[in-house]
Design a protein around this ligand. Structure first.
Ligand code: IPM
Ligand code: MG
Length: 379
């Protein structure tokens, strides 16, 4: 929360690909919560990616950097796509999503996997496998092989090329993300499954030892289990309902969360929150983004599913604004829109009417009005 006033500052950055389209719908949802529920936030929109690069020479122009620096929460759309080849790698790297996650130290990436009964007909897994699925993957986001040094591509004396990266974790890097997992589990079903590859990798041996030590020292009330990552991938598809909170390193979490998206019905539905350390005012910088990415094949067509972004707003309401009631309200509105048959192309069962991105935004806003109205009647 902002120190000078009660206003929470939100930077809204649509970015590239389908990012701006889906984020525009989330912006309407944010406006609804300010107007109708008095949620204390101010919003600042800023550009990211190819468009500002062509205008200013920077993917992350100064105005955007400032908006993100001063924000309590960033609502992020997406980055990437083939047209981004127009941006030279160095300019791209200077303001990349990875560098932003690192700059703000957003080490705990929460990806909730909740199956929607309304989508069981279009989901790739059987309805009986999806039933009751409700877990959260916590992916360590600012260390591991995505950041480890040395890294590079070199030419060997015999003319071959060799690419190399470094997987590494320290005690603190493991413990702080494990702490997030144990704390979250205490608010849920009190189960943590830690995922590693300790049968092969030293980093994973350390990971497992530190998770076990922290558990013994502070969280022995929480049930702790361990899985190797290959087995975890299989279990997510075989019986996803067994999980409550899953915690894992950067690259394993990247891969498993896409896999787990299928246990929620569609990648287009998946929100995420990336949280930094708690500062001396008790605040925690956060970035909220749909997991789906820039989807260049459908960008600009107005058919992308905005629900991953809209559900990221629910996480923002819950985690940054501490407005659990409003977060519940939004999640209920999404459920109710889906129950009444609202479908974008990615989640449409054969023969169903396919809504545009804007129409799905309309459907959620209508459902919000309805759910909020009902709440008032019962009050
Ligand atoms: C994700 C994405 C990113 C990642 C890419 C876009 C760098 O796949 O958020 O999962 O690997 O972290
Ligand atoms: Mg990914």
């Amino acid at each position: 929360m902002n120190n000078a006033s009660n206003m929470v500052k939100v930077a809204v950055v649509g970015g590239e690909g389908i990012g701006p389209e889906v984020t525009a719908q989330s912006r309407r949802i944010l406006d609804w919560f300010v107007a109708r529920r008095g949620v204390p936030m101010t919003m600042r929109e800023a550009q990211y990616g190819l468009v500002p690069y062509l205008a200013t020479g920077k993917v992350l122009p100064d105005d955007t950097r400032e908006a993100m620096d001063e924000a309590d929460a960033i609502l992020w759309g997406a980055t990437g796509g083939p047209e981004t080849k127009e941006v030279p790698p160095a300019a791209r790297k200077a303001g990349s999503l990875l560098s932003l996650r690192s700059k703000y130290d957003l080490y705990a990436n929460l990806r909730p996997i909740v199956a929607s009964p309304a989508l069981s007909a279009s989901a790739p897994l059987k309805p009986e496998v999806l039933e009751g699925v409700d877990f959260v993957i916590i992916r360590e986001l600012t260390s591991g092989i995505y950041f480890g040094e040395p890294r590079g591509i070199e030419t060997l004396p015999d003319g071959q090329r060799r690419g190399f990266n470094t997987e590494q974790y320290t005690t603190n890097q493991v413990r702080r993300v494990a702490r997030s997992a144990f704390e979250l589990a205490r608010t849920r079903r009190s189960k943590v499954c830690s995922v590693d590859k300790a049968n092969v990798l030293e980093t994973s041996v350390l990971w497992r030892e530190e998770v076990i030590a922290l558990h013994r020292e502070e969280f022995s009330d929480v049930e702790l289990t361990h899985l190797y990552v290959d087995n975890a991938a299989m279990q997510i598809v075989r019986e996803p309902r067994q999980f409550d909170v899953m915690v894992t390193g950067n690259i394993f979490g990247d891969i498993l969360s896409d896999c787990a998206a299928m246990a929620s019905g569609s990648l287009g539905m998946l929100p995420s929150a990336s949280l930094g350390p708690v500062d001396r005012f008790g605040r925690r910088k956060a970035l909220y983004e749909p997991v789906h990415g820039s989807a260049p094949d459908i960008a600009g067509k107005g058919i992308a599913n905005p629900l991953g972004s809209i559900l990221s707003v629910a996480m923002l309401l819950r985690l940054t604004l501490d407005r659990a009631d409003d977060a519940d309200l939004l999640e209920q509105a999404v459920k109710s829109a889906l129950a009444s048959g609202a479908r974008t192309a990615d989640i449409a069962e054969p023969g169903a009417k396919k809504l545009s991105t804007v129409e799905m935004g309309d459907a959620v806003l209508r459902a919000l009005d309805k759910v909020a109205g009902k709440e008032r009647e019962h009050a």
